[in-house]
Design a binder for this molecule. Structure first.
Ligand code: SF4
Length: 356
């Protein structure tokens, strides 16, 4: 079936798609440039992120680090601080690593070929394809979530998506469809069509220019595609942050060094438990800490625990305010705390706590 449809589509599909794109595309700053540095920044920021959420981050990065040299000279803390709230912080760490490699080993010249790009930290098949085709017009097709959805519905592809096998299959199909003399617009167009017309929950099938040839639409199976894995099990975690506050306005923060969520970001000392705990249990724990002299009051800041959801985790968060006289350990002033990068639940907490 797929082969017949593909044969029928191949002649006009790419031209119709690119024509649709030229009339309907959203105006976005990274579409007006062929600078691989700017395209790379936009692609890394937009992974797992909605355009409207990523746009201010992109503009902020470009303003503060207009070229790869400037980005390579920033500290990791500065980059993580600017990334704060965007999530998936390994992207920011890899961004910094790549900037340093390009600046030092490649003499500041950002690569534009798929072969060179794929070697850099944080650049996988999707990013290498996108950057090389948008900056260099390389004939290589991009496959992101929008492409998986649009093409699987259009051609009735029943392969489980987001696997190495499906990536190979979808790349092979899109390479048959790609406009060889304009891969840049073709790739932008196929993703834009998936995002604006062949949308996940509300596809605009009635007005779709491909509906007469669409397998999903013709067989009333639009919502059967793409074929996805069953949802992963969600892990429940309970975080108790100990927010120490001394009489001279000092507190304790630490860097999350271990692999896992929020790596290299800062936090208040954390007590992770397997369920919600009460005052009594937290006091028992605090009494074991040697660096405190005379503990004052301990109170729970949030009566209702804060829920922070990640793709595979649900974290219930309690912020315990621990008033102490002196901290006999490396401490940080609350006045300077904003210069450190924190995960979203902690930067949200700090913005409320500091106002009080
Ligand atoms: S007809 Fe509907 S499902 Fe098919 S390509 Fe168009 S929007 Fe997507």
């Amino acid at each position: 079936m797929e082969r017949i449809l593909l044969k029928n589509l191949i002649h006009t599909f790419s031209i119709d798609l690119v024509n649709w794109y030229s009339k309907n595309k959203r105006k976005l700053p990274w579409r007006d440039t062929k600078d691989p540095y700017k395209i790379w920044l936009s692609e890394i920021i937009l992974q797992q992120t909605q355009i409207m959420q990523g746009l201010p981050y992109y503009l902020n990065f470009i303003t503060n680090y207009p070229n790869v040299q400037a980005l390579s000279e920033a500290s990791e803390n500065e980059i993580l601080k600017m990334w704060e709230g965007l999530g998936y912080y390994s992207r920011a760490i890899n961004l910094h690593k790549t900037a340093k490699i390009v600046s030092k080993d490649l003499k500041g010249i950002f690569p534009v070929t798929y072969k060179e790009l794929i070697k850099l930290p944080g650049i996988g098949d999707y990013s290498a394809s996108a950057i090389s085709s948008f900056s260099n017009n390389e004939v290589v097709s991009v496959v992101d979530g929008n492409v998986y959805r649009f093409i699987s519905r259009l051609l009735g592809i029943k392969t489980l998506i987001n696997t190495p096998k499906s990536l190979k299959e979808f790349k092979a199909v899109t390479m048959k469809l790609i406009l060889k003399d304009n891969p840049r617009d073709f790739n932008q167009a196929i993703m834009e069509f998936g995002a604006l017309v062949c949308r996940p929950a509300t596809p605009l099938c009635n007005g779709c220019i491909f509906k007469d040839n669409c397998y999903g639409y013709q067989n009333d199976m639009v919502f059967n595609f793409p074929i996805k894995n069953r949802k992963n099990k969600i892990r429940n975690r309970f975080f108790n942050y100990l927010v120490f506050k001394s009489v001279d306005n000092q507190t304790i923060i630490e860097k999350r060094e271990k692999k896992g969520i929020w790596q290299n970001l800062y936090q208040f000392p954390l007590l992770e438990t397997d369920k919600l705990i009460d005052n009594e249990e937290i006091i028992k724990h605090i009494k074991t800490l040697k660096f405190l002299k005379r503990i004052g009051s301990i109170q729970l800041f949030n009566n209702q625990n804060v829920i922070h959801k990640l793709s595979h985790q649900k974290i219930s968060i309690s912020y315990w305010i621990v008033n102490v006289k002196i901290i006999k350990s490396k401490s940080t002033s609350f006045d300077k705390i904003n210069s450190y990068p924190f995960p979203k639940p902690l930067s949200n907490f700090l913005s409320i706590f500091k106002l009080q």
